[in-house]
Write a protein that binds this ligand. Structure first.
Ligand code: FAD
Length: 314
C-alpha cells in the first residue's frame, strides 16, 4: 500500500495497516515526515523508526502520475525519476475547508470562516466553530485553522455561550498533536517550531527526544517522542501541555526543568497549574452554582425553571 502524504491523518490509517502486516510505502512532498508536527531532528528519528519497522519512506518527492496496470497494480511515478508499485494508493495530503456555499453571503472568509475571540463572524448573528473556523492561535495571536478536536470543543463552548447571552472570550487555541507511529509516540504543542531558547534531550538509539521551548520563564512549545512502552518519558505529556496552555510563569523552576527536563511533575504541582487549567478548560461553562430546586406548589412557581434554563449566572 502506498501513502501519498506523511501527515497526521495518513499515519492514523498507516498504523492500522501496519498492525495487520501490510507492506507500506510513504511518499512525502516535503523533506521530512510529519512536517506540520515535528522538527527535522525528531522527524529523522521517526523516519529511521519507520524504516526499521519495514515501512519504506520517500521524502522530498512528489507523485507525478499513477499508472494502472492490467494486473490491477498501480505504478506511482515520482518526481526524482523513480517509481514504486502498490495494490492500493491512499491519498492523505491535508484538509481544506468547504465554504463555497458562503460566496456572496457577506461572511468574511480566508482559508476558513474568520471569527473573533467570541467565535462570531463579521455578521453579528452568525458564529462559526471547529475545523471550518479560522480563529486566533494562543501562541502567535495569528488567525489560523487548528483542525483538531480540542479546538472544535473550545470553539463550540465559546460560540454556544456567547450565542446564549454570556460574554465569554477565548484566549485562542493551542496547537497540539499526539500521534502513534507504529509504536513510537510523537507529540508537539504550541510554538514547537519557533527558534528561541530551548532545552533539548536526545537518545537516538532508544529513540527518545524532548525539546522544550522557552519564552522568558514560560514554556511556549514542546516536542516529545518516545516508544509507547517508555511510560516514564511520556506520562508527563499532559503536564507539559498544561504548562504551555496555562502560560505558567515558572520562575526558579525554569532552572530546575533546564537541568531536569524529565521532572515536570514537581514544577507543575508547585505552580498550581492544574487549578489554572480548570478555568481554561471549562470556558463557557456556568460560572456560578445555579441553585436548581423543585417547586412545592404544583408547578405554579416557574422561577426555578427559569434558573434551570438560564444561561446567565444564577
Ligand atoms: C481520520 C481523522 C482522525 C482524527 N484524529 C484526531 C485526533 O486524534 N485528535 C484530534 O484532536 N483531532 C482528530 N481529528 C480531527 C477532528 O476529528 C476534528 O478536528 C473535529 O471532528 C472537528 O469537529 P467539527 O465539528 O468542526 O467538524 P466535523 O466533526 O467534521 O463535523 C462537521 C459536520 O458538518 C457536516 N457538514 C459539512 N458541510 C455541511 C453543510 N454545508 N451543511 C450541513 N452539514 C455540513 C459534516 O458532514 C459533518 O458531519 C481527526 C480527523 C480525522 C479525519
Amino acid at each position: 500500500v502506498a501513502f501519498i502524504g506523511a501527515g497526521f491523518i495518513g499515519f492514523i490509517i498507516l498504523n492500522a495497516m501496519y498492525k495487520i502486516g501490510v507492506r507500506l510505502t510513504v511518499i512525502e512532498l516535503e523533506n521530512q515526515v510529519l512536517p506540520r508536527m515535528l522538527d527535522t531532528q525528531s522527524a529523522s528519528l521517526v523516519n529511521t523508526w519507520l524504516n526499521e519497522h519495514g515501512v519504506r519512506t520517500h521524502t522530498g518527492v512528489s507523485v507525478q502520475a499513477i499508472e494502472h496496470g492490467s494486473d490491477g497494480k498501480k505504478t506511482l511515478k515520482l518526481s526524482d525519476g523513480s517509481s514504486t508499485q502498490a495494490d492500493l494508493v491512499i491519498v492523505a495530503t491535508g484538509i481544506r475547508t468547504n465554504i463555497g456555499f458562503l460566496n456572496g453571503s457577506g461572511v468574511n472568509t480566508n482559508e476558513g470562516i474568520l471569527i473573533n475571540n467570541r467565535c462570531q463572524t463579521n455578521i453579528s448573528n452568525i458564529y462559526a466553530a471547529g475545523d471550518v473556523a479560522e480563529g486566533s492561535d494562543m501562541s502567535t495571536g495569528q488567525q489560523v485553522i487548528h483542525a483538531i478536536q480540542p479546538t472544535a470543543v473550545d470553539h463550540g463552548r465559546i460560540a454556544g455561550a456567547n450565542m446564549a447571552g454570556q460574554d465569554v472570550e477565548y484566549p485562542g487555541s493551542l496547537l497540539m498533536n499526539i500521534l502513534d507511529v507504529c509504536g513510537l509516540q510523537c507529540a508537539s504543542f504550541g510554538s514547537w517550531s519557533s527558534g528561541g531558547e530551548k532545552t533539548e534531550t536526545i537518545n537516538a538509539s532508544r529513540p527518545l527526544y524532548r525539546k522544550l521551548l522557552w519564552d522568558g520563564d514560560q514554556l511556549s512549545g514542546a516536542i516529545i517522542l518516545g516508544p509507547a512502552d517508555d511510560v516514564s518519558m511520556l506520562n508527563d505529556m499532559g503536564m507539559i501541555k498544561g504548562l504551555i496552555q496555562a502560560q505558567t510563569s515558572l520562575g526558579a523552576w525554569k532552572g530546575h526543568i533546564q537541568t531536569n527536563p524529565t521532572d515536570i511533575r514537581r514544577p507543575y504541582v508547585a505552580t498550581k497549574t492544574a487549578e489554572k487549567m480548570l478555568a481554561i478548560t471549562t470556558l463557557g461553562s456556568p460560572a456560578a452554582h445555579r441553585a436548581y430546586q423543585h417547586t412545592q406548589d404544583g408547578g405554579k412557581d416557574r422561577s426555578a425553571h427559569a434558573v434551570l434554563v438560564s444561561t446567565k449566572n444564577a
